[in-house]
Each structure stands twice: as C-alpha cells, then as structure tokens.
Design a protein around this ligand. Structure first.
Ligand SMILES: Nc1ncnc2c1ncn2[C@@H]1O[C@H](COP(=O)(O)OP(=O)(O)OP(=O)(O)O)[C@@H](O)[C@H]1O
Length: 224
C-alpha cells in the first residue's frame, strides 16, 4: 500500500431528516480496495455519494491528500469515477455513442474499442442501448472505467445483473487498476473477489443498527 490518498474524519450524513451514519472515519491508500459492508439502509450508497460530492456531510471532513475537499468536492471529482447502482445510459444512442458521450472522446478513439472489448461489448458497439439486456447495460456502464483514467473508483453494487464470467471481468479490471496504483471503494451484496481488501461496516455507524448511537443522535437534535 502507498500513502494515504483520500480520507474522511468524523463524518455525519443526514438524509430525509434522519441520521444515516455518524462519527464515521475512513482512509484509502494508493492501490487499496475498500469494501463497504452493512445491511440494507445502513448508508453504503449514501457514503459513496458523499465521497463523490453528491451528498454533503452534515459534520466532519473529507480530505484529498492534504487538501480539505469538504466544501469543494471538485478537488475529489477530477480524480474519481463514480458508478451508481443504476446505469446512466442514453437509450437512443448506440453502445459506442454512449461511451464516447460519457468519456468526452470521439467515436474513433481506440481506447473506446479497448474498453468495450474488455467487457465483451465490442460486437454490440453499433447496437442501440435500448436493446441491451440488463447485464449488457451494466457491462457498458463499467466500460467507462477503462475509457478514461481516474485514480479512484467509487462503485455502488457494480456487479448487479452480471453473470459469473462478467463478474470475473470486473475483478480483473480492479486488479489491473490496483496494480497501477489505482484504488477502489465498492459496496456489494454479492461476492466480488479482490486481493487483501480493507472493510468498513456501515452498521457500526448507523443509529438504525447500532443502538448506542441513538443517544448521541438525540443529543444532536439540532443537526436535523
Ligand atoms: N434521496 C434520499 N432522500 C432521503 N433519504 C434517503 C435518500 N436516499 C437514501 N435515503 C435514506 O438513507 C438511508 C441509507 O440509504 P442507503 O441507500 O445509503 O443505504 P444502503 O446501505 O446503500 O442500502 P442498500 O443495501 O439497501 O442498498 C436509508 O434510510 C434511506 O431511506
């Protein structure tokens, strides 16, 4: 593992007027894979969205290297790929057009074919995206990871809809990314095998599941 790249201190997340998690710390180093665990509603997606700059922490700090990114998510956003649990695909565009649109590259850029090839999507490159199966849509979404280089991948349920062979392709790109110093944080309910992962269980920080936190939450009613 290299130096700490990205970390959060004492993070509190409030959504819909409820405390999702509080007092959460995390740290991510170059080459690290951090798996977010926890039952439904414990805040895995919320944390990923917070680290992507889409949800603001109510309390706490987010730091990228030595820079405070809590109020300036752009500091982090230029280094990350965020893939949510839904596929953001434009149905009227072809597979290749979707990838070009998303990556900001022209359709003849060879890196797009390479990315599609890795996820076995090259034979479908001229197919309109509305004709894809759910697993194929997911593979198109994941091919974005390879179409432009970012050092940290934030993946919410990346293997949803994938068959066993496609999960292996995902595991393979994660391994290659890490071998080049890239890092990944992901939430999953189905196994994705990566070498020597770190783990963060959101249950420990959730007042819904950790009753000891209810008292802390009550003391801080003014947050909501
Ligand atoms: N847009 C939203 N507005 C208000 N509350 C939300 C919103 N999205 C999620 N929540 C709430 O935040 C809490 C945590 O949800 P989140 O999706 O982060 O959990 P999760 O651990 O990813 O769950 P799952 O395993 O079911 O995907 C839940 O109580 C949920 O109702």
């Amino acid at each position: 593992m290299g130096n700490s790249l990205f970390h959060g201190e004492d993070l509190t997340c409030i959504r819909g007027g409820r405390t999702v998690f509080l007092g959460l710390n995390f740290s991510l180093s170059e080459g690290e894979a951090l798996i977010l665990e926890g039952p439904n509603g414990s805040g895995k997606s919320s944390l990923i969205r917070m680290l992507s700059g889409l949800v603001r922490p109510k309390l706490g700090k987010i730091l990228w290297q030595q820079q405070d990114a809590t109020k300036e998510p752009e500091i982090v956003q230029r280094h990350i790929h965020y893939i949510g649990h839904r596929n953001a695909i434009k149905p009227v565009l072809t597979v290749l057009e979707n990838l070009a649109y998303w990556s900001g590259k022209t359709k003849d850029d060879p890196s797009l074919d390479d990315a599609l090839d890795h996820f076995r999507m090259l034979p479908l490159k001229h197919t309109p995206a509305n004709l894809l199966s759910s697993g194929q849509s997911r593979r198109l979404t994941l091919s974005r990871l390879l179409a432009s280089e970012r050092s940290v991948w934030l993946l919410d349920e990346p293997s949803v809809g994938l068959d066993v062979a496609s999960v292996a392709l995902l595991e393979n790109v994660i391994q290659t990314h890490r071998s080049k110093g890239g890092s990944v944080i992901f939430a999953t309910h189905s196994p994705i095998h990566v070498e020597s992962p770190s783990r963060l269980n959101l249950q420990d920080y959730s007042p819904l599941y950790n009753k000891e936190l209810l008292a802390v939450e009550d003391d801080e009613e003014s947050w909501v």
